[in-house]
Design a protein around this ligand. Structure first.
Ligand code: FAD
Length: 687
């Protein structure tokens, strides 16, 4: 066997949604990353399909939100069906699928294969390395002596390249007419992991003849629920498996059920539940609880997947949906799974090898969360790793990955456990029926769960990069993400109650000062790895505010400001921080030259920067965003720091540039632009 050796900044194992998100972001941020997957091809149909509104916001920031929005099926209403007094199912309620007003997007569905395609295209457009398929890691070691050295490559991984045959998952290929149908059983939790099998086979196969050694600064294990990387680290998932078994069918239905194009939750009196998800291209996904007769083995035991097939799943749906009839001619994909809820204890080893997605949290797919949360894990991690690899931030920020995302995973597991119990249970016959599920409770949980399921509720706790009150040790696992008291800054939330520190920046429209074009505020925050300082200046036709603005301009331009100290001298003025202004004066009363130069930097080649100054004013064609009114921004103005992933780090008085300097000094690395060290410079991770 030949052995090759090479180095890379980041090695990503697994090209599912989490791994692809990481690879896309790193390609956009200009970090060299390799991404490998043991499978020979991407997914083409089936698997996950629900996209939360927060995920669409992220896709938009990556430049492909419009593709998902256009191709997907939009889900606007949920219909709840329950048994009446005679036990016949009836529509009992309708609720909006996405809570109105929480985002500029609403929940949509599109199969995972298309979503993976968007990522692959984005990686190629950004000049990243293509996914290396049919490659799997076989050995992993971490040199602990090197983990704190910012520039070291402490991770060593041996990779094996597989033949095409080894990299292709086996399909059960069952269909009424004998045609091959894609199933997702090889990825279901009802199948044993096949990594070991592939490894054994590859040893015997003459074509699997290449091994190589890769040294990496950082590594991401995004290799799904059976994660090889997690196992190598010796990390465990905590939690349980339930004995609820669910089947999934993607069909073009033929039915007289009236709400087949709505998202529906149907509870039958005695035959279990079904969830209907209307999909793109006339497809409909049915999530069906399989009743005891289809199960084999003891309750709580692993079900025998060979006893579950599309006909069994359809018959179950027919019983639940009776007296309505449902069948199909076209079956696109199917799978089955047993609900289990587990979460990882550790999300990283030495802040060098990280785990994301199903590798650290598994749960039922019905609430449409797994793919979204998996991608959001990687989205949270990618900018932090990029910033450290570039030498902009010290390694202390990497601890916030576990403190922020483990809490979300725990919340997700709690949500899923509650949702699954309510969904899988039998409806109560009356108030005395303690074992049955109260339909009123189900509806209430469903409505409340909608906020969580949108992804908008994510609220990160206090840390080095979230300046708010509260313990930096209260994030659920004791990870210490505190900053030295010398650099501690606390936000003044009352200056903008609608821009909560720790939550993602919400969006309404603002007008570009130079050309009057309306932009959604979030469109000004593309995912390019940069921090934003947004100065809400108030009405600067007022002399007092104008004077404040002039003073901020001077302080930011000074060599002691964070802007000058932490931007590398050879980089563009906005390579690390973008400084934006949003004013509340009539747009026509001002010009960009009324603003200090830091808001409209001059470049010898490009001239003035016209993209940084915005007015909160009425547009010609798209109404009035009223960002000051919508977010309760004080007429005195305020300064807001927004992280590269659109989460708000800080809200404070607009004139307090000292606080901004302190905040960034807590974790950023001076770049020598000002040519001198300053009092109180960051002590690289000192606490
Ligand atoms: P995966 O998607 O499992 O990807 C892991 C990748 O790693 C795979 O490509 C695999 O080939 C590769 N890999 C594994 N081991 C190795 C190895 N040793 N070496 C190299 N490569 C390896 N989520 C939602 O958000 N919305 C939904 O609507 C939804 N519906 C679902 C419906 C069903 C039927 C199922 C089964 C799941 C659903 N989910 C849904 C969950 C979602 O599919 C997962 O949570 C998501 O795919 C996890 O992404 P991931 O990248 O972490 O892992």
């Amino acid at each position: 066997m030949n052995e090759y050796e090479s180095c890379v900044d980041v090695l990503i194992v697994g090209a599912g949604p989490a791994g692809l998100m990481m690879a896309t972001c790193l390609a956009k941020y200009g970090i060299e990353a390799r991404i490998i997957d043991k499978r020979g091809t991407k997914i083409f149909n089936g698997q996950a399909d629900g996209l939360q509104c927060r995920t669409l916001e992220i896709f938009d920031s990556l430049g492909f939100g419009h593709r998902a929005w256009r191709e997907s099926n939009h889900m606007l209403e949920i219909c709840l069906w329950n048994p009446d007094d005679e036990g016949v199912i009836r529509r009992s309620d309708r609720i909006p699928d996405t809570i109105p007003g929480i985002s500029r997007f609403q929940q949509v569905v599109l199969h995972q294969g298309r979503i993976e395609r968007f990522f692959l295209d984005a990686i190629a457009e950004s000049g990243g390395h293509a996914v290396e398929r049919g490659v799997l890691p076989i050995e992993l070691s971490i040199d602990e002596a090197l983990v704190d050295d910012q520039n070291a490559y402490p991770i060593k991984v041996k990779l094996r390249h597989l033949s095409e045959e080894e990299a292709t998952p086996q399909q059960s290929a069952t269909s009424a007419n004998g045609a091959a149908i894609q199933d997702g059983l090889f990825r279901s939790n009802m199948s044993a992991d096949d990594t070991q099998e592939i490894l054994e086979a590859s040893k015997l196969n003459a074509k699997a003849n290449r091994e190589e050694v890769v040294k990496a600064k950082y590594m991401l294990g995004a290799d799904g629920a059976h994660s090889w990387v997690r196992n190598q680290l010796g990390f465990k998932l905590e939690g349980d498996s339930t004995d609820y078994i669910w089947g999934v069918l993607d069909i073009v239905p033929i039915t007289n059920f009236p709400d087949i194009r709505m998202r529906c939750a149907i509870h039958s009196a005695k035959s279990g539940s079904v969830m209907i998800i209307p999909r793109e291209n006339k497809l409909v996904r049915l999530y069906i609880q399989l009743t005891v007769t289809e199960k084999v083995g003891e309750a709580g035991a692993k079900a025998d997947r060979s006893k579950i097939n599309p006909d069994v799943i359809l018959q179950s749906a027919q019983r639940i949906m009776a007296p309505y009839r449902i069948t199909y001619r076209k079956l696109d994909w199917w799978t089955a799974y047993q609900i289990g809820q587990r979460v990882g204890i550790n999300f990283s080893a030495h802040e060098r090898v990280f785990l994301a997605g199903d590798a650290v949290h598994t749960h039922s797919p019905k609430a449409g969360q797994g793919m979204n949360v998996s991608m959001q894990d990687a989205y949270n991690l990618a900018w932090k790793v990029a910033s450290v690899v570039k030498g902009h931030s010290d390694r202390s920020i990497l601890k916030t990955y576990q403190s922020e995302r483990r809490k979300i995973a725990n919340d997700l597991i709690d949500f899923d456990a509650k949702f699954s119990r309510l969904f899988s249970g039998r409806p109560a016959k009356d108030v005395m029926d303690a074992e049955g599920i109260s339909m009123a409770e189900f509806e209430e949980a469903f409505e409340k769960g909608n906020m969580f399921a949108s992804g908008i509720a994510v609220h990160y706790g206090a840390s080095t990069i979230v300046a708010k009150d509260g313990s930096t040790r209260d994030q659920g696992d004791g990870t210490d993400v505190s900053v030295s008291t010398r650099f501690r800054v606390v936000s003044d939330q009352k200056l903008a109650p609608g821009i909560p520190v720790g939550k993602r920046m919400n969006s309404v429209k603002v007008l570009n000062q130079s050309d009057a074009r309306p932009w959604h505020f979030q469109e000004l925050l593309p995912s390019n790895g940069r921090w934003r300082l947004v100065v809400f200046t108030g009405d600067i036709t007022q002399p007092a505010r104008r004077a404040k603005l002039e003073s901020i301009g001077k302080l930011l331009a000074d060599s002691s400001s964070f802007l000058q100290r932490f931007t590398p001298p050879e980089s563009r003025h906005d390579a690390v921080f973008e400084v934006l202004a949003v004013h509340r004066s009539p747009r026509a009363a001002l010009e960009i030259f009324d603003f200090p130069e830091v808001f409209r930097a001059f470049d010898e080649v490009d001239g003035w920067d016209y993209t940084k100054i915005y007015a909160d004013d009425v547009s010609y064609h798209e109404g009035f965003g009223d960002i000051y009114g919508s977010f309760g921004i004080s007429p005195e103005g305020c300064a807001v720091i927004i992280r590269p992933d659109q989460y708000v780090s800080y809200v404070g008085p607009m004139e307090d540039v000292d606080a901004l300097n302190k905040f960034f000094s807590g974790f950023m690395v001076p770049q020598g632009r000002s040519g001198r060290a300053l009092d109180g410079d960051s002590q690289m991770g000192e606490v």
